[in-house]
Structure formats: structure tokens, C-alpha cells
Design a protein around this ligand. Structure first.
Ligand code: BGP
Length: 476
């Protein structure tokens, strides 16, 4: 007998504003950090905060500027999600649509209205909105004028933004998340926190100070959210994926533990409400000093999250052996050594369904709070058949194996409340800016250079996912 998914399980999909909306300066929206990510080799330097380019450069291609034009086509897209039977859709609100500069005295009504209309459209089909407050975006003015999250002032701007959207959407949105993949700040600081470094600056110090500001801002958002919407569920969001030691050598095992803790640090603060001992030691060992305000510790302690949102694409593997360390692979931006037992995607992301079960168990053991899988999926190249159809069996296989392992985790006793697969419609890739790295059940006619009709069409996986949802995960 196969175990079952709980009744009311939130099946659906997940997207982010900058990867779908386009209309990047329409209806009063301000420029945001992610609007400055070009395609091509330069993208990595910008994402890592190595170069300061705070205006679009003539001749570069910025895929977020038009993305898949969800801003104008969301009705068609929501109707397709509804046809698949979605119970939930995770979107993010673009901060600069609401506060174009980030520090404006009043919000932009046209931006607020857009999300009102979007939530109404979801509600029409009984699709539960799940909203990320900050998914990799910071209004560019906050970077120019304040140095972004390195500056304490961002806490207050974020709090104002969060309060504004809680108040406006209190009757429409119950599931919220503060920062998408908050641990990404350590790896892609411009993407995670709008940070750009100057020559000679202590990057680690700036990153951990910015992290502290985001953690305090997150706690203040949890506080405000609970006050404004008493039945709201407000979560954190971790780029998850357990780290395996390459061998049973205790040095490798200790290193794997440390790697995991680099990420757990954020969630330990957001969920357990305090800086863990290992983090204090890390800061001391590295001569890092976090400026805190008097009641920060109290805020962190009192306003912890209601659930743990996380993305899972890959497990990670680490080693202390210099020879082994030469064979580095990717996996949602987190460098990993190649795991000899596992295959990888076309972009080198390790594929490890069992690692999904292990990760979910690890998170539940650690936090004992409901988990929400808010991203999972396979980025792959899709080839069109002569008649325009797409047989994406590789995607179905990936998802099937992962959902089966999620069911195992539930059988293990892990409380999982929902699963929103990443990019249910093809969208711009966050890491590479490509369109050809596709995750969707719905194909979008657009290529890496921005050419194409933007027409939507169903892939083979569309009917498959529809059946998964209709059977509440029994028919995979
Ligand atoms: C996560 C992000 C998403 C996303 C996904 C897939 O890091 O939260 O925004 O896009 O990974 O990554 P990519 O688009 O690079 O394939």
C-alpha cells in the first residue's frame, strides 16, 4: 500500500516576479537589482557583486525586461494552471512595483492594483496565493543611496513595504515568505541582497552584517504579518540540499556538517530565534563583528516563522581531498564535488531524488515545524516535434521520482503541507538568464535572445501533472 498525501495538500507551481512579469518600467515600477543582470559571461560578475553597474548598458540583453510578459498575460496563464488543477501558486511581489525607489513616502497604487487583480484571478479558480515578499530584488535606488542591505536603514524600508502589502492583501493572501533562498546572499550577494563590493572591502564582514539586517527585517515582517493578518502563515525560505561527505573520513564528515551549517545558520535564527553557538564561533574565528541594536535579539526570539519553505534541486557533496576537490559540479549555485553515484542535468545540477527525502527529514528533525516545498524541478532543453508538441519524459521522470521520495518523507512522519514545482510555465533562468533552460509544463515560444511569439502551449508533462494533482499524488 502506498502512503498518501494529506487532504488539502497544496499542489501547484512557483514563479518569481522578475523571471515572469516583464513590463519592467511599466505603471510606475522602479528599476530593481535583477533588472541589471545581463545574459552571457558578465552575468556572474554582476551577480557576485564584483562590478558596479547600476543602469542598463546599451547593447546588453536583459531578459527580465520582457521576461514572458506575465504582467499582460497572467489571465491566460492562470487559466492554464487552473486547468492542471493547481491548488496553490507561489508568486513574488516586485518591491519596486510597490515602492519604486524603496524609500518613497507613499506606495505606487498601480503596482498595488496589479497584484490585487492577480490574486482575484487566482481566487476565481480557488488557487491559494503563496507570496514571497522579496525574491531576489532590491530597488536600485536603495543600492545607490544606501549601499543596499549593508545599511541598517533597509530594515525599516523593508518593514514599511511588508506592512503595506500585508494590509492591502490581508483578505486575499494567507501564506507568505519573507526572503527567497535567504542563504543565497553568501553565494550571489548582489542577487540575494543587492551588495556590490569595492576594492579592498571585507566581503565576509559585509555579507554577515547584511544577513543580520535581513534576519531582523524578516522577524519584523513576521511580527507585522501576525498583527495585521492573525491567521497568516509566514515562513522562511532556504535553498536546501543536504551535504554528503565524499568519504567516511571524519574530516570529510566534519566539513559536510560545516557546509550545511552555513545555510542552516539563517533558518536557525528565523525558526529557533537565536544565533546558534557554531555561528558565534564562526564569527569569532573570522574576526567578524555584527552590529546589533539593543532589542534585536529579543525580536529574533519572539517572532520566529510558522513554517519552513525550501527549494530542493540537488544534494551536495564535499571533501577535504585536494584531488577530489578538482572535480567540481554545480547545483543551484552551490559548488559541490561530483558524486560518483549520481547523474547530473544538462546544466550539471546533480539529480538525487533520495536526497530530497533525506533533506526533508533533516529539516523536520531540526525545526519540528511544517515544511513547504516551494521549488523543485528539472531545467532542461525541450525539442519541438514536427507538429509542435513536446515529449518531455525526462521532466516527468525527474518529478515523479522526487514526488515519490516526498511521499516517503511524509511516511517517515515529516509534516509537508504543499509542493509547488518550479517554473510550471517556462521562464527566464535565474542563474544563467537563459530561456532554453526550461522547467515548464507549458512551453513559451521565446529564445535566449528574446525572439519568439510568446505563445503558450502544453507539453506532455501538462497532462501528467494534472493527473498527479487530481489523484492527490497517488498516480505518478
Ligand atoms: C532558485 C531560485 C529561482 C530559480 C531556481 C532555478 O535558486 O529561487 O528563482 O530560478 O533556483 O534556477 P535556474 O533558474 O537558475 O535554473
Amino acid at each position: 500500500m502506498m502512503s498518501k498525501f494529506p487532504k488539502g495538500f497544496l499542489w501547484g507551481g512557483a514563479v518569481a516576479a522578475n523571471q515572469v512579469e516583464g513590463a519592467y518600467l511599466e505603471d510606475g515600477k522602479g528599476l530593481t537589482s535583477v533588472d541589471l543582470l545581463p545574459t552571457g559571461a558578465k552575468r556572474w560578475d554582476v551577480m557576485k557583486g564584483k562590478v558596479e553597474i547600476l543602469k542598463p548598458v546599451e547593447g546588453e540583453f536583459y531578459p527580465s525586461h520582457k521576461a514572458i510578459d506575465f504582467y499582460h498575460r497572467y489571465k491566460e496563464d492562470i487559466a492554464l494552471f487552473a486547468e492542471m488543477g493547481f491548488k496553490a501558486l507561489r508568486i513574488s511581489i516586485s518591491w519596486a512595483r510597490i515602492f519604486p525607489n524603496g524609500d518613497d513616502a507613499a506606495p505606487n497604487e498601480a503596482g498595488l492594483q496589479f497584484y490585487d487583480d492577480l490574486f482575484d484571478e487566482m481566487r476565481k479558480y480557488d488557487i491559494e496565493p503563496v507570496v514571497t515578499i522579496a525574491h531576489f530584488d532590491v530597488p536600485v535606488h536603495l543600492i545607490e543611496a544606501y549601499g543596499s542591505w549593508r545599511n541598517r536603514k533597509l530594515v525599516q524600508f523593508f518593514e514599511t513595504y511588508a506592512k503595506t502589502i500585508f494590509a492591502r492583501y490581508q483578505d486575499k493572501v494567507k501564506y507568505w515568505m519573507t526572503f527567497n533562498e535567504i542563504n543565497m546572499l553568501l553565494h550571489l550577494p548582489f542577487v540575494g541582497a543587492g551588495l556590490v563590493f569595492k576594492e579592498g572591502e571585507d566581503e565576509l564582514q559585509i555579507k554577515y552584517q547584511a544577513a543580520h539586517h535581513q534576519l531582523v527585517a524578516s522577524a519584523l515582517a513576521v511580527k507585522a504579518g501576525h498583527e495585521i493578518i492573525p491567521d497568516a502563515k509566514i515562513g522562511c525560505m532556504l535553498a536546501a540540499g543536504t551535504t554528503y561527505p565524499y568519504t567516511s573520513n571524519p574530516d570529510d564528515v566534519a566539513k559536510a556538517m560545516e557546509r550545511d551549517r552555513e545555510s542552516f545558520f539563517f533558518i536557525d535564527v528565523q525558526s529557533r530565534g537565536k544565533y546558534p553557538g557554531y555561528a558565534k564561533r564562526f564569527l569569532k574565528d573570522n574576526n567578524l563583528h555584527i552590529e546589533m541594536e539593543e532589542n534585536d535579539e529579543e525580536l529574533l526570539k519572539e517572532h520566529t516563522v510558522d513554517y519552513i519553505g525550501f527549494s530542493y534541486y540537488s544534494s551536495r557533496t564535499t571533501s577535504t581531498d585536494p584531488e577530489i576537490l578538482k572535480d567540481i559540479t554545480d547545483g543551484n549555485v552551490f559548488a559541490s564535488v561530483a558524486n560518483p553515484y549520481l547523474k547530473a542535468s544538462e546544466w550539471g545540477w546533480t539529480i538525487d531524488p533520495k536526497g530530497f527525502r533525506i533533506t526533508a527529514n533533516q529539516l523536520y528533525d531540526r525545526y519540528e515545524k511544517p515544511l513547504f516545498v516551494v521549488e523543485n524541478g528539472l531545467g532542461a532543453i525541450d525539442e519541438l516535434n514536427a507538429d509542435g508538441t513536446i515529449d518531455d519524459d525526462y521532466r516527468i521522470d525527474y518529478l515523479k521520482e522526487h514526488i515519490a521520495e516526498m511521499r516517503e518523507a511524509i511516511e517517515d512522519g515529516v509534516d509537508i503541507i504543499g509542493y509547488t514545482s518550479w517554473g510550471p510555465i517556462d521562464i527566464v533562468s535565474a542563474s544563467t538568464g537563459e530561456m532554453k533552460k526550461r522547467y515548464g509544463y507549458i512551453y513559451v515560444d521565446r529564445d535566449n535572445e528574446g525572439k519568439g511569439s510568446l505563445k503558450r502551449s502544453k507539453k506532455k508533462s501538462f497532462a501528467w501533472y494534472k493527473q498527479v494533482i487530481a489523484s492527490n499524488g497517488e498516480q505518478l
